[in-house]
Design a binder for this molecule. Structure first.
Ligand SMILES: [Zn+2]
Length: 135
């Protein structure tokens, strides 16, 4: 059955992120000017204004800092999935970077829960990033 949920539209700035996800890596831009990680992807560093950056794999780990437990069926395609948790994750390398994604693995979200990225291919082109509890 075809994947019937919304998909991201990789653009010029985010294509390397989605390529990384397909390869099983959480890749982010790292500023060549000041060394800070950049998320979401963009042309210019918000800290030092450098246009230079390099895409690098992170360890893909972080901690849950906030979450929601969704019980509402906002779209019919999610009918069989509610309730599910969406977490905000502070990245280990740079905690002011916030990722949002599904928490999988059957664990309830909790403040400070250590998590790691897991990669869920949903089409030939798109692999989504979810989070699961880290050991
Ligand atoms: Zn910078």
């Amino acid at each position: 059955m075809a994947y019937d949920k919304p998909l991201p539209f990789p653009d010029r700035d985010s294509i390397p992120f989605w390529e990384g996800a397909r390869a099983g890596e959480l890749r982010l831009q790292r500023c060549d000017g000041c060394g800070r990680w950049r998320w979401p992807p963009r042309a210019v560093c918000g800290d030092c204004r450098s246009f230079e950056s390099t895409w690098r794999a992170t360890r893909g780990c972080g901690r849950v800092v906030s979450w929601i437990r969704n019980h509402q069926i906002f779209m019919p395609a999610y009918r069989d999935e509610v309730p599910y948790s969406v977490v905000q994750v502070a990245l280990e390398e740079q905690p002011d970077i916030a990722f949002f994604g599904r928490l999988v693995g059957g664990t309830e979200p909790a403040d400070g829960l250590p998590v790691r990225a897991v990669f869920a291919p949903v089409t030939e082109e798109v692999t989504l990033v979810h989070w699961e509890p880290a050991d």
